[in-house]
Design a protein around this ligand. Structure first.
Ligand SMILES: [Zn+2]
Length: 292
């Protein structure tokens, strides 16, 4: 379990969402057997998706973050429900790069910087709202900030961090999104910038196992008031029907080849470790539906 905490400064001009997500990032790493750098990219993206999902007001809504930066990681994707429960994958989960000169994982290099961050909000009715911005660094926090400022038209800042242990498991993961409300005085903006500049690394703060330290650090001197807190987890909503739907997308010809092989096809969910088995007869039914 992880936790999302939302708070507001005493003067009401600064709103923050903070997440502690070690278990979520570790679950993703484990499901997809990810390299350290891919696990960091995934963990950061899951945190951003969860924060955004938690801000959705409609119960049935979901938000999807898709990052295509042209790096060897391929597409990085995370989906959140409206409570901040997330799932995701990295197209090439085993892809990795040497650590940077400063000792940090080269997430920007792995993800790439030449491409887009696309955010799709599906409110459960009608077409999803899709917005995208060009990637800034591929480090995800900066990219997410750029997207958020542009789409919401409010000044905002975001920090995301994932720490990978020497045994390649996730040691800590978390993040925050802080937004300024209209009319915020310059002194508040200056104080916020100063706080963010001197605060310890996000991944170090959430090693305590709680997101509260992020709120204390970012809203230092602003007497934050906690508005809400609730648990979040890595959660997949897959089903036989959904996986069958995904399977049908490979086309009638490829399906026929599988069916003619005479053996059941095992299909894994792209987000979790669930595996579904379909008999040749079921696949033939699918071909019929496809050809209709
Ligand atoms: Zn699943």
């Amino acid at each position: 379990m992880g936790e999302i905490v939302r708070a507001v400064s005493r003067d009401g001009f600064v709103k923050i969402s903070a997440i502690e997500a070690r278990d979520i990032a570790e679950r993703a790493r484990e499901i997809h057997n990810m390299s350290p750098t891919a696990a960091a990219a995934m963990g950061r993206t899951l945190c951003a998706a969860s924060i955004l999902g938690d801000l959705l007001k409609e119960d049935e809504a979901t938000v999807t973050l898709r990052i295509n930066g042209g790096g060897i990681a391929g597409t990085v994707m995370a989906v959140s429900d409206s409570s901040g429960n997330v799932r995701g994958y990295v197209q090439n989960p085993q892809a990795d790069l040497p650590t940077r000169a400063d000792g940090k994982l080269d997430v920007g290099g792995l993800v790439g910087r030449n491409g887009m961050l696309t955010v799709s909000r599906d409110l459960g009715i009608g077409e999803p709202y899709v917005g995208s911005t060009e990637l800034v660094s591929g480090e995800i926090a900066e990219d997410f900030t750029a997207y958020y400022c542009e789409s919401e038209q409010v000044p905002a800042a975001c920090g995301l961090g994932v720490l990978i242990d020497t045994d390649k498991t996730v040691l800590s993961a978390g993040g925050f999104l802080v937004q300024l409300m209209p009319g915020a005085p310059d002194s508040t903006i200056d104080a916020l910038e100063a706080n963010i500049a001197v605060m310890p690394a996000v991944s170090d703060i959430v090693r305590s196992g709680s997101a509260d330290g992020l709120i204390t650090a970012v809203l230092l001197g602003m007497e934050p008031e906690i508005l809400e807190r609730h648990p979040v987890e890595y959660k997949c909503y897959c089903s036989r029907e959904r996986v069958l739907g995904a399977l049908s997308s490979i086309g009638a010809e490829a399906l026929r080849e599988i069916a003619d092989g005479g053996e059941s096809a095992k299909v894994s969910c792209q987000f979790c470790d669930a595996e579904y088995e379909f008999t040749p007869d079921e696949i033939r039914e699918l071909i019929k539906d496809e050809e209709k």
